[in-house]
Design a protein around this ligand. Sequence first.
Ligand code: PAF
Length: 309
Amino acid sequence: MVPATAGRSLIKNMSIFAALLLKRMLIARTRKELDSFFGRAGRENRTLGLVPTMGALHQGHMSLVSCCNSENDVTVVSVFVNPTQFNDPKDLEIYPRDLEKDINMLSGSGCDVVFAPDVETIYPEPDNRVFNFGPLERVMEGKLRPGHFNGVAQVVSRLFELVKPDRAYFGKKDIQQLAIIRKLTALTGLPVEIRGCDTLRENDGLAMSSRNMLLTGEQRKNAAIIYRTLREATLKKELGVDQLKTWIADTINSNTLLKVEYVEIAGSSDLQPVTHWAGSEAELVICVAVRAGNIRLIDNVFFSNFVLL
Ligand code: PAF
């Protein structure tokens, strides 16, 4: 276990619990280091929240950390770029990684432990588990990125087994991932409360994402059209479901730097597409995936009776 801040040798010799009391942030790279933290600090009656991330942290992650801090005694942030959830090897290769920067961002945030394992710690042997999420994995991201949610489920269940959190925090930008993880806990019986937190946006409305830093200046500027279009769409009472989807795709595609992969309008909890307004779930979500060059951006808005939620 290595402390993130100065005074390494001093802190190293202190009990981990004392370090925690002093609000030092600790970094665990292995299962042994993590277990030694829990062994020495003891869980007793303290609640533990986990914020799973793939690093390249931004303010969106920090808002999950602060939500976690406010609801738990101990906050653990995991940083692990999970190879099993990338169905495109190129995407895995270019995924931004900067652990030192992440640690700097987290120190002083109230995070107690950064768990930054290597692949062998998460997968001591190949993970061949196949989960069945039913219709949930057959739409949108699940349909376009085969194996993606199975990989997410593998890593999240491993993190839950290793960290044993009481609660875990995920962003609503990845609304389908959130639904999958809720289903995962139901399927596996892992006793973790899943908390969904609102999407944080840049000033121009673009949803915060680690992938934003891979955009060129021009792509970044133009990407703001995605959220603008989604907001405007929620006011278009005069259009039917299919017409609205077409309007959204056409509006975004009219920008030559952006290319829509899908637009879906679905019930906000089951994420199953609706075809008519009448009889559809009261709360709906419009989800989009858009490519800006090689970079894939997703976003969504929740609405009910043509009022943005
Ligand atoms: O949303 C993410 O960053 C990842 O999918 C997660 C949940 C950390 C699993 O790798």
